[in-house]
Design a binder for this molecule. Structure first.
Ligand SMILES: NC(=O)c1ccc[n+]([C@@H]2O[C@H](COP(=O)([O-])OP(=O)(O)OC[C@H]3O[C@@H](n4cnc5c(N)ncnc54)[C@H](O)[C@@H]3O)[C@@H](O)[C@H]2O)c1
Length: 460
């Protein structure tokens, strides 16, 4: 023991002041370096712990993304500054939203991307038939987030609670799985859109790769493990020229980063199925459209521009061939999602260990009748009763492909999937919704700034 340090508190108290002064001097000389050393060690340990924490990794990856030489704008989210979850009230709302009312066959589903276009419609259908649903969305500003808020209000009317948070937030996912024994996850959250990847590549890696892994991680650790149905995309067919696109075709020629992240997702799904026994179904959606749709998609911003009297740009391929898409109406997509949930077998793992082979599926969900974009414009003109100002432009190399066309034989056979709505009917319903939603009393859309562009084929 150091001679200058008292052996007991009592002795220390009775020491005279010059002794005290001496001790302090000695302490300064002998203990200050030690003190500094241990303070430094503590700070280093704290820093390492902080680095390893999941909160840090998600936020640091966001900041790494924004510091690269390519422009990587961070998407603003309402929940990025402070965690908007937790507490007794919050837990009550989660539990009430998850309650199954359809017995004995009802399911309990965690739907990610819940404030998105497909998420909102899928949740509505699940809720209507009596299933328990909890939504999760980070309400990012990739497109007009007031539309996401309006969808949230719509869902709250049917008793659905949307948790605000990021799919990369591991503690939040664990909390949700602790509270609710979800039988299924319908994973729709993603960074969508093909062209935006040239502006903000990091957002695709964050949501479509890291976010997917985060969902799989939470699911494989959950007890019981849920079955997972998730949205891949027709864009995985990339530069494939064999038509119609079939699940057995090659998907190793992606034309965009978006497509590459969805393709990566399909490979990652294989891993989690193989190692942990997760039951996983990937759905390749083909250009989904309809009411409450996405403002960054051609049918949506064409409508806006036609009404505003602005010219619309239509892409053309070689030999003036126009771009074609297998436009699929939202209700048909939702039917495919619900059929996938209903036919999904249980996952076979528990406690992170696989106990037998588990189901792994991929399906095309399309309309199987591609329509040229020029035809889409003519239909919109008829429904809007306004003539469009067409501008034809050679298709730039921005990630779009010339055409998409789904072979849906497998989905018909396994899911009983039968798309019912043609483009004429589907667009009529979209235009009706659009005009109602953006009437001046609702706050005119034309006065609002939506995301989007002015050209033709952004399709996923
Ligand atoms: N709509 C289409 O034509 C189409 C075609 C092919 C594939 N898909 C896929 O279908 C799914 C749904 O598409 P959509 O059209 O509804 O898109 P959407 O953008 O309307 O919905 C996606 C939702 O996910 C949320 N989100 C994104 N990243 C998140 C994150 N990290 N954490 C939490 N929430 C996050 C967004 O806020 C958004 O509300 C997506 O996976 C998309 O890639 C859509």
């Amino acid at each position: 023991m150091d001679a200058g340090v008292p052996s007991s508190p009592g002795k220390f108290k009775s020491d005279k002041s010059h002794h005290h002064h001496l001790r302090l001097l000695r302490w300064h000389h002998s203990s200050l370096p030690k003190f500094l050393f241990w303070t430094f060690c503590a700070a280093a340990v704290f820093f390492l712990f902080f680095l390893a924490s999941p909160h840090f990794s998600s936020s640091s990856s966001a900041s790494l993304h924004s510091s690269s030489s390519t422009e990587r704008r961070s998407l603003r989210t309402s929940s990025s500054s402070s965690p908007a979850w937790g507490g007794t009230e919050w837990e009550k709302r989660v539990l009430s939203s998850a309650r199954i009312r359809r017995r004995p066959f009802g399911i309990s589903v965690l739907v990610t991307g819940a404030a998105g276009f497909v998420g909102t419609h899928a949740i509505n259908s699940l809720k209507r038939r009596g299933d328990g649903v909890v939504g999760l969305d980070n309400f990012n500003d990739y497109y007009d987030s007031s539309l996401k808020r309006a969808r949230q209000v719509l869902l709250s009317h049917s008793g659905v609670f949307l948790v605000e948070g990021d799919i990369n937030d591991g503690p939040l996912l664990r909390k949700l799985f602790d509270l609710v024994s979800f039988t299924h996850v319908l994973h729709l959250a993603a960074q969508a859109g093909v062209r935006y990847a040239m502006k903000n590549p990091g957002s695709y890696v964050h949501s479509n790769v890291a976010g997917l892994v985060s969902i799989f991680e939470a699911s494989r650790s959950a007890n019981p493990q849920p079955a997972i149905v998730w949205a891949s995309s027709s864009s995985v067919y990339g530069l494939n020229t064999r038509v119609p696109f079939s699940e057995s075709h090659r998907t190793d020629n992606p034309a965009s980063l978006y497509a590459a992240t969805k393709k990566a997702g399909e490979e990652i799904a294989h891993v989690y199925n193989h190692i942990y026994g997760l039951s996983i179904t990937g759905l390749r959606f083909f250009t989904v459209y309809g009411p409450w749709g996405r403002p960054d998609m051609a049918y949506f911003f064409f409508t806006k521009d036609i009404l505003a009297g602005k010219p619309i740009t239509i892409f053309q391929g070689p030999d003036s061939a126009t771009v074609s898409r297998d436009f699929t109406y939202i209700d048909d997509i939702v039917q495919g999602c619900l059929a996938s949930l209903d036919t999904a077998q249980k996952s076979t793992g528990s406690g992170g260990t696989k106990h037998g082979p588990a189901q792994l599926r991929v399906f095309n969900l399309g309309n199987t009748s591609p329509v040229p974009v020029v035809e889409l414009v003519s239909i919109l003109e008829r429904h809007l009763k306004v003539k469009a100002k067409r501008k034809f432009v050679k298709m730039p190399r921005n990630g779009d492909v010339l055409f998409t066309h789904a072979n849906i034989t497998l989905a018909k056979k396994e899911l009983g999937y039968h798309p019912k709505t043609n483009l004429q009917t589907g667009l009529k319903r979209f235009v009706k919704w659009y005009l109602e939603y953006y009437t001046p009393s609702n706050g005119s859309y034309l006065a609002k700034k939506g995301r989007g562009g002015s050209s033709s084929s952004n399709s996923s």
